[in-house]
Design a protein around this ligand. Structure first.
Ligand SMILES: [Zn+2]
Length: 374
C-alpha cells in the first residue's frame, strides 16, 4: 500500500509553525527534505547565517527549458496589535488556516511543494521542474538576488510565482527602488544655532521638493505610473543641540521602462550637493505579454475554475520575480497563488484551505502541460 501523501494544507500548517521572520533555515530544510526524499536534487544557499534559500530540481529528460516555481518562506513581524489566534499555530477554523505568512505566502510555497511531490511520482517529462523557496524576500528579494549573483539560476522557459492572488493569474507588477537620503551638518548648542549647520533643515528642503516632484513618464496601461513616498524621517538626537545628521527613506515604485539609473540621476539633479542618495533595494518591474502562448495555456487551465477567461491584471506589490526573471533570462512569468492579497501582513492573517488545494491542482496541471505529460 502507498503511504498516505502529505497535503499542501498539512505542509502549510507545518511551516506556519516555524517562525521565519529572520531565520529561514529550519523551514528551508524541512521543505528541502520532503522534496529530496521524493527524488528532487536539493541545494541550500545562505546569504547570511541561518537565512537559507532551498532550491529543488526534478530532472526531466531534456529537450525543453525548465519551468520554475517559486516564492519566499520568510514572513513579516506580527505588528503591534495582539492576535486573537496563535500566530505560529497553524490552526484551521471554519475552512481558514490562520497564522503569520498563511496568505503571504506559506500556503503558496506548500502548494508548490505538493505539486513537486505529485510530479515526482510520475514519469519524467521533457523539462526540469525547479522550485525556489527563498529567504529574505520581505527585505527586498535578498535570497533570490543572492541566488542570481551566485549563478545558481539557469535559463527558464516559464516562471510561476506563488504570491497571494486568490488563484487568479496576474501578469506583472511595478519595480521598487528604496532609497536612503542623508544630510550632514555641524552640531552646536541649541541656544546658539548660528554656530551650527542644521542637517534637518537640509533634509526637510529635499523632502519638500519630493512632495512636489512628478516623474515625466507615460503611465503603463496595466500598472499605472511610477509613485514616490517618503516613508520615514529621522534627525537629531537630543532636544538642545543642532542636529548634524538627518536621514529619511523613500519608497519609489517603478513601471516597466522607467530606468532606476535615470531616476537616481534625476533626483541627484533635484537635490544638488546637499543630499547623499543611497540606493538600498532595487527590484525590477515585471510584465508578461498576455498573448504569450504559455500565458494562454495558463488561462486555459484556470478558466474552468474561474468560470470566465482571466483578464489582464497586475499586482500592487513586488515579488521575487524581479530577481528570478533577470537570473532566468526573462521567461514569461505568471503570479498565481492561493493566498488572499488583502490578508498579507495583517493581524490574524489567514488563507482559505480550499484555495490551497486548488493551487496544488493548478500548479500540477501547469507543470504537466509544460513537461508535455498531458
Ligand atoms: Zn509575499
Amino acid at each position: 500500500m502507498m503511504p498516505e501523501r502529505i497535503t499542501a494544507t498539512k505542509i502549510s500548517q507545518e511551516i506556519v509553525r516555524i517562525d521565519t521572520m529572520t531565520r529561514e533555515r529550519e523551514c528551508a530544510h524541512y521543505l528541502g527534505a520532503l522534496l529530496g526524499e521524493a527524488g528532487f536534487e536539493v541545494s541550500y544557499h545562505e546569504f547570511e547565517e541561518g537565512r537559507t534559500t532551498a532550491v529543488a530540481r526534478l530532472k526531466g529528460e531534456g529537450g525543453k527549458l525548465p519551468i520554475y516555481f517559486g516564492g519566499h518562506i520568510d514572513v513579516v513581524p506580527l505588528g503591534a496589535k495582539p492576535w486573537s489566534v496563535e500566530p505560529f499555530g497553524g490552526a484551521i477554523l471554519n475552512g481558514k488556516l490562520y497564522g503569520r505568512g498563511a496568505s503571504d505566502m506559506k500556503a503558496g510555497i506548500a502548494a508548490c511543494v505538493e505539486m513537486g511531490l505529485r510530479m515526482a511520482t510520475r514519469p519524467r517529462g521533457h523539462a526540469d521542474i525547479v522550485i525556489i523557496m527563498a529567504a529574505g524576500e520581505e527585505h527586498g528579494c535578498l535570497g533570490t538576488h543572492h541566488l542570481a549573483s551566485e549563478g545558481e539560476l539557469d535559463r527558464a522557459g516559464a516562471l510561476v510565482i506563488a504570491e497571494p492572488t486568490s488563484n487568479y493569474p496576474i501578469l506583472g507588477h511595478r519595480g521598487a527602488l528604496w532609497l536612503r537620503l542623508v544630510t550632514t551638518g555641524k552640531t552646536a548648542h541649541g541656544s546658539m544655532p548660528e554656530e551650527g549647520d542644521n542637517a534637518v533643515y537640509k533634509l526637510a528642503r529635499a523632502v519638500a521638493k519630493l512632495e512636489r516632484h512628478r516623474f515625466n513618464i507615460a503611465p503603463d496601461k496595466l500598472l499605472g505610473t511610477t509613485s514616490l513616498c517618503v516613508s520615514s524621517f529621522h534627525g537629531g538626537i537630543n532636544r538642545n543641540s543642532v542636529p548634524d545628521r538627518a536621514e529619511c527613506s523613500v519608497d519609489i515604485r517603478t513601471i516597466p521602462g522607467h530606468s532606476h539609473i535615470d531616476i537616481l540621476a534625476e533626483l541627484s539633479k533635484l537635490f544638488g550637493e546637499e543630499v547623499e542618495i543611497i540606493p538600498e533595494v532595487r527590484a525590477d518591474a515585471v510584465l508578461t505579454d498576455a498573448e504569450n502562448v504559455w500565458v494562454q495555456t495558463v488561462y486555459d487551465i484556470v478558466e474552468p475554475r474561474l468560470g470566465t477567461r482571466p483578464e489582464r491584471r497586475g499586482a500592487p506589490y513586488f515579488t521575487d520575480a524581479s530577481a528570478l526573471t533577470q537570473g532566468c533570462g526573462y521567461p514569461p512569468t505568471v503570479i498565481i497563488g492561493p493566498g488572499i492579497k488583502e490578508q498579507a501582513h495583517q493581524t490574524d492573517e489567514y488563507c482559505l484551505v480550499d484555495k490551497i488545494e486548488e493551487a496544488a491542482d493548478l500548479y500540477e496541471e501547469i507543470a504537466m502541460r509544460w513537461c508535455e505529460l498531458s
